[in-house]
Ligand binder design. Structure first.
Ligand SMILES: [Zn+2]
Length: 136
């Protein structure tokens, strides 16, 4: 199924080919491009071997087009992008920027779909209240 991912700031397309492309930097402020799967729940990633981080490190995510930070407004540990499906319906996608932490949330109105073995670290009800505030 064809899906697009766009930056919430400039709405530039982040998905090229089979990957979503992010400009990132590790805790030593080293910069690198990080390619993630557009499949929700698929945590495989591609990067150059010289760009290093380890599990537990906080990775900074930036839009490669407008260079703005992609941290969500309500939780600094969650990255926010917009997914557009084949019917042009938009979803807010949030995922953890902590390396090795697998938690992804797909939000449309009051509906939250959760993926990833660590998603309970950001519990649904806690997220739900924040989402409601965020979406108003
Ligand atoms: Zn952008």
């Amino acid at each position: 199924m064809q899906k697009f991912y766009v930056c919430p700031h400039c709405r530039g397309h982040l998905k090229v080919g089979d990957h979503i492309i992010f400009a990132t930097s590790n805790k030593d402020k080293q910069k690198g491009l990080l390619l993630l799967s557009p499949q929700i729940g698929n945590y495989s990633s591609i990067k150059h071997p010289s760009f290093k981080y380890k599990d537990g490190d906080k990775i900074d995510f930036f839009c490669p087009l407008c260079q703005k930070g992609l941290s969500s407004s309500f939780d600094d540990n969650l990255i926010h992008v917009i997914m557009i499906d084949k019917d042009s319906k938009e979803y807010d996608i949030y995922f953890s920027r902590i390396a090795g932490e697998r938690s992804t949330y797909q939000v449309s109105g009051d509906t939250v779909m959760v993926a990833g073995e660590h998603s309970s670290r950001y519990t649904y009800f806690k997220m739900s209240d924040k989402f409601k505030k965020y979406l108003q």
